[in-house]
Design a protein around this ligand. Structure first.
Ligand SMILES: [Mg+2]
Length: 208
């Protein structure tokens, strides 16, 4: 039987990380005006970086600091409601699941272990370069020896859609994470889902 591979982003897609990101940003001296946080959701990560005037060379440093902060508060990080069920369902239906994340693999594993979901994933890959996910996706596809166009990448940001496109994968955007539905739609993902149950339905019916 042909292997059906579905890859997931972690922050904002599986785990509810937006509140962690906002509290981290505040700790780093970002004090948003009313409505500014909502405004940032309409921007891609590249635009957020430009808006907050973060020099490119500092991005890896901030990513590292964010991983450390995340580690500290990981006990408080919750999964998106309905995602555990969706993941268990897809795994139970024979899909091969993986994670390509900009977070650290240890942070992701810690949370998946706590939620008893580790056994659902065949691969967890961390990409240090915030804008380097396409390379990780290509590596995973090669490792599983499948055709890229049969693989889906599920993510909550415009950069996830872009990475999937660059790697030749199909993309699903979820609207419950960092980016707003408006900007996700403008990035033209193959599908958009508004609740985790739609993910299960999409893969089981359309692809299964
Ligand atoms: Mg994300």
């Amino acid at each position: 039987m042909e292997q059906k591979l579905i890859l997931f982003d972690f922050d904002g897609t599986i785990a509810d990380v937006f509140p962690v990101f906002v509290s981290f940003a505040k700790e780093e001296g970002f004090h948003p005006a009313p409505g500014e946080v909502d405004e940032l959701r309409n921007l891609s990560m590249r635009e957020v970086v430009a808006r907050l005037q973060i020099p490119t060379w500092k991005i890896p440093f901030f990513a590292w600091k964010f991983h450390r902060y995340f580690e500290k508060v990981s006990g408080d990080v919750r999964l998106i409601d309905g995602m555990a069920t969706a993941i268990q369902n897809l795994h139970g239906n024979g899909f091969t699941l993986g994670i390509a994340t900009s977070n650290s693999a240890s942070n992701v594993k810690k949370i998946l272990n706590r939620e008893n979901l580790s056994g659902c994933f065949d691969i967890i890959r961390s990409e240090r370069n915030v804008f380097g996910k396409a390379r990780t996706l290509i590596d995973i596809v090669r490792r599983f020896d499948v055709e890229p166009e049969t693989v889906w990448y599920v993510g909550d940001e415009v950069r996830d859609v872009e990475a999937a496109r660059k790697a030749g994968l199909k993309s699903v955007s979820v609207v419950w994470g960092f980016n707003s539905e408006r900007i996700l739609r403008s990035s033209n993902p193959d599908r958009i889902v508004t609740i985790p149950e739609e993910l299960t339905k999409l893969f089981n019916e359309k692809i299964g």
